[in-house]
Design a protein around this ligand. Structure first.
Ligand code: 9MJ
Length: 676
């Protein structure tokens, strides 16, 4: 009795936890735990329910496939349910599955098909009379969301199929975000200050479930078709393998890495091959799907609890490991931020030795309750810097130490502060040597002055030799000085000097960005360059003048004013000027301005835009001769309405000002620039 009560309590706990993580994963596209941890929770729940079948309820997470559809999209009923897959986490579990299947089939022989399990979003595509008519998500397996318009933007999905296709049929596949595109998207989002996607799966789900399909169209989504759902009035091949070849002949994209295996042994070999090389593939795969090949046998085996008996997802081992957190080190960044990082006992994770990991800030360390001396779970995801998932609390000895940020800068000993509302601690000394070096590295970096041949190592050597104390000193370097450094030959030196000289003509926006003003990223630098035309004018701008600019808040305005007030920064600018670095922008001639396509129009933006940041949109409007206003007045020509618009929309409606959705605005810009 006691045991049953204990099991009941644990089952309830697990259901609540899993339901919460389901919601984070499927509805918010923002998971908090790794797939491996989620799988482990599900596995424990399944195990307990198998031991106590009387405790299984229809609302248990084991009894459904995914989350219900979001209401914003229409609902599509699936004529035949979209199934999910049962998992195998080891060869023993795979062999047990194979034995069960063989027994059910009375010992009859069968081939297996082995294919990568793509970690994306399952969809069903329906074709009628040769045309794509519906595209839907899996939803809860029975009812999904109608995302036809969005799926139509994926180029590898055929909008029509050859005549010989069945008159009505459905194919199923996995939409995914290629790894390279994912990295680029996150880099772009980071620059724009938007939240990052946790992994390619979430990026795919987030892109496909956009209410505005023009945003989906800009994402490099792709698909692999993995099954024929159903087909009317046409005989189709009788094995899974041949069906895949048949679908290929109908112009569907099939994974080239699918294999026909004659035995379980062959399957295991194919799987092992993948375990070792999966990182080289351009998409994220979290295992291999193993399927019984003959369709007649699949039908005989049928399904149990939404899962086919004839297929199994043989999962790859998680790229996670456990090691000791020896200490927490601190780097001081160019803006004086104190960046903590984990010093780890080296550990091999997925073939790579990890000895350090990112720790974002003090709050993050405390939120995860990571202590110095802890055993910790570390994780590698794609090419991202390794991170600490969680401490292994059960291995604590009591000797672990709670981390706190030092009150003095570890490099220069100056006071450390934590500005209100910011997550980072900062060194207050603008002349801190660590900041100075980081500033020089930033100045030469890509996106800033982009000085080829002057990388981080050379910056460090020049700084340590006392030849370059700030970025402007680069322009007075001599051949002799460079030759005095170790490993510098004539040829390299002349290349370096040429690169430095070549950078003198970079556009003003790059120079502003390169100065490394706190909170001024590339986009703000563009906006400032367009508004002020020269560093001199920018330096003279008051806080009020800056705050008046659309999208520049008081925090950024304050930071700009403080920057130009500091003597050290003024000297750098004087030196740059003396060395003839271009600090001005060509002025847009007034007459020409009038001829620009948006001249005389004023736009006000409200809500969040998906395809660009607010400052980008404003810069675009200005570049085309329009004005970007901050308040809706009778003079406003258009209000551009993004997601979650503010009171400005209500005001526009009240004043009868025309509104544009984001896609209408994009069309408007295209028309203005003659693109459509
Ligand atoms: C994925 N995700 O790549 C199936 N899948 O088959 C493949 N998923 C599947 N097959 C039946 N390759 C249900 C799901």
């Amino acid at each position: 009795m006691k045991d049953v009560n204990k099991a009941k309590q644990r089952i309830e706990e697990l259901r609540e936890t899993i339901n919460y993580h389901n919601y984070r994963y499927y509805v918010l596209d923002s998971p908090e735990i790794s797939d491996a941890e989620y799988d482990e929770l599900m596995r424990e729940l399944r195990q307990l329910e198998a031991e106590h079948p009387e405790l299984v309820t229809s609302d248990s997470p084991t009894q459904r496939i995914g989350a219900p559809p979001v209401e914003a999209f229409g609902v599509v009923e699936h004529p035949q349910p979209l199934l999910s897959l049962t998992n195998a986490f080891s060869y023993e579990e795979l062999a047990a599955w194979h034995k069960r299947v063989s027994n059910l089939l009375g010992g009859r022989q069968f081939d297996l098909v082995c294919e990568p399990k793509i970690d994306g979003l399952a969809v069903a595509l329906t074709y009628v009379d040769g045309l794509l008519v519906t595209g839907a998500t899996r939803g809860d397996g029975y009812r999904g969301e109608d995302i036809t318009q969005n799926l139509r933007t994926i180029r590898s999905i055929p909008l029509s199929v050859p005549r010989e296709a069945p008159p009505r049929f459905e194919v199923r596949g996995e939409v995914y975000f290629p790894k390279a595109g994912f990295k680029k998207l996150n880099e772009k989002r980071a620059k724009e200050g938007l939240p990052l996607f946790a992994n390619p799966r979430n990026a795919a789900a987030g892109s496909v479930r956009q209410l505005d399909s023009s945003i989906t169209a800009k994402r490099p989504l792709d698909i692999f078709i993995y099954a024929l759902g159903w087909a009317e009035r046409k005989t189709v091949p009788d094995t899974h393998w041949e069906i895949m070849q048949y679908l290929k002949s109908l112009s569907f994209k099939i994974n080239p890495n699918i294999a026909l295996c004659r035995s379980l042994d062959e399957t295991e070999k194919y799987y092992q091959n993948w375990v070792e090389s999966r990182e080289n593939f351009p998409y994220e795969a979290d295992g291999m799907v193993v399927k019984v090949n003959p369709i007649a046998l699949q039908q005989e085996l049928g399904t149990v609890a939404h899962e086919p008996r004839w297929a199994v997802a043989y999962k790859f081992p998680a790229i996670q490991g456990t090691t000791r957190l020896i200490d927490i080190g601190i780097n001081v960044g160019r803006t004086g931020s104190l960046n903590p990082y984990a010093i780890l006992e080296p550990v091999r994770v997925g073939g790579v030795v990890i000895s350090s990991a990112a720790l974002h800030n003090e709050e993050d360390i405390h939120r995860k309750d990571i202590r110095i001396g802890d055993w910790v779970v570390v994780q590698r995801a794609g090419e991202v810097i390794p991170e600490i998932v969680e401490p292994v609390v059960s291995r604590r000895t009591g000797k672990e130490k709670i981390f706190s940020m030092p009150s003095r800068c570890p490099v220069c000993g100056s006071e450390v502060i934590k500005p209100q509302g910011e997550a980072m601690h900062r060194c207050t000394n603008t002349a801190c040597p660590s900041q100075a070096l980081e500033k020089i590295k930033h100045f030469v970096s890509r996106g800033a002055m982009d000085i080829d041949g002057v990388g981080e190592k050379l910056c460090q050597a020049l700084f340590e030799a006392g030849l370059v104390k700030d970025a402007a000193d680069l322009y007075s370097l001599t051949k002799e000085q460079l030759l005095s450094l170790e490993r510098m030959a004539d040829k390299i030196v002349s290349n370096v000097l040429n690169s430095i000289k070549g950078s003198k003509k970079r556009p003003l926006a790059r120079v502003i960005f390169a100065l490394g003003i706190l909170h001024v990223g590339e986009q703000y630098a563009e906006l400032l360059a367009e508004t002020f035309n020269s560093i001199d004018d920018l330096a003279k701008a008051s806080k009020e003048e800056l705050s008046d600019l659309p999208s520049i808040g008081p925090k950024i305005a304050e930071s700009i004013v403080t920057f130009f007030r500091q003597e050290g920064n003024r000297q750098i600018i004087e030196k740059l000027e003396k060395d003839k670095v271009k600090l001005k922008r060509k002025k847009v001639k007034k007459a020409k301005h009038k001829e620009l396509p948006l001249a005389g129009l004023e736009f006000v933006l409200t809500g969040k835009l998906e395809s660009f940041s607010r400052s980008e949109a404003e810069a675009k409007i200005k570049a085309l001769g329009g004005k970007a206003g901050s308040d809706v007045t009778r003079k406003t020509s258009y209000v551009v309405v993004g997601a979650d618009p503010g009171f400005k929309l209500a005001k526009a409606e009240k004043l009868g000002i025309k509104t544009l959705s984001e896609s209408e605005f994009l069309d408007f810009l295209d028309q203005a620039t003659g693109k459509s």
